[in-house]
Design a protein around this ligand. Structure first.
Ligand code: GLU
Length: 267
């Protein structure tokens, strides 16, 4: 009996070691930056709370937006008609860590191409042009960044370019940072601040839902959006860029653009 027990525990330990080493192997493989996406699917990091770009429809559970449609179209170009686009929620703060850890294959999430970020990830060609602006309640009296004083509370999102940009453009203003755009806008509506700042494209989505809040002062930065991919994945990066070229050539890009931004002129 005792002998049986010993054998059993040795066997169990062996199985455990095998399982654990298997897991570690998989993780290591995922982490290796030259491992590319699955043959059948691409896992995209997208926003879930950003109207017009990546917003979850509570009724259907589907995420919808410009970034989502572009991701689906690129997936088809890269993997063929049977290719699947899978979506994982990211915020401005979590998107680079999730990419670097191998949880997602690419980020398409209102993400500006910057030199700082280029040290960590590679970017595709620009697929959307935005610029930072301000959102205020109608009649707030704030008309531009020049109106932001030491008394002004500006609301922004952690991990976004908007935070550093506003500190530069209005160095005296107080900046309060939130986890995501839903929380940030809720804070504006509950008067925790005087103005919210991020890309005009994101603020436009909030204005459309809440016409009592308006964009003001025009754009004070350029925010060219790119798709971020882990370094060392040159083949995948080239595939994404070729796919974007194709979408421009065959009219799909314009179709998707006009679906989400019917009133905006393309540049
Ligand atoms: N485009 C800006 C950025 O990449 C602001 C939008 C966002 O937070 O995703 O940081």
């Amino acid at each position: 009996m005792k002998k049986n027990k010993t054998i059993l525990s040795v066997v169990t330990s062996l199985i455990l070691v095998l399982i654990l080493s298997g897991c570690k192997g998989n993780l290591a493989a995922k982490n290796a930056s030259n491992i590319v996406h699955d043959e059948k699917k691409i896992i995209w990091g997208v926003k879930n709370d950003t109207r017009l770009f990546g917003m979850i429809d509570i009724k259907t559970g589907e995420i919808e937006g410009f970034d989502i449609d572009i991701a689906k179209a690129i997936t088809k170009e890269v993997l063929g008609d049977k290719g699947k686009a899978e979506f994982v929620e990211v915020t401005s703060k979590t998107r680079i860590p999730l990419l670097k850890n191998g949880n997602i294959d690419a980020i398409i999430a209102t993400m500006t191409i910057t030199d700082e970020r280029k040290k960590q990830v590679d970017f595709s060609q620009v697929y959307f042009d935005a610029g930072q602006s301000l959102l205020v309640k109608k009649g707030s009296g704030i008309e531009s960044v020049e109106d932001l004083t030491a008394k002004t509370k500006v609301l922004a999102v952690k991990g976004s370019t908007s935070v550093a940009n506003i500190k530069k453009a209005a160095p005296k203003a107080q900046v309060l940072e939130f986890e995501n755009y839903a929380e940030c806008f809720t804070a504006l509506k509950s008067n925790q601040g005087d103005v919210m700042t991020t890309d005009n494209s994101i603020l436009l989505g909030l204005h459309m839902e809440n016409p009592n809040y308006v964009l003001t002062g025009g754009n004070f930065t350029n925010e060219p959006y790119g798709i971020a991919i882990n370094k060392g994945q040159n083949k995948f990066l080239a595939e994404v860029n070729t796919a974007l070229d194709k979408l421009h050539e065959n009219g799909s890009y314009d179709k998707i653009y006009n679906k989400w931004f019917p009133d905006l002129e393309e540049e």
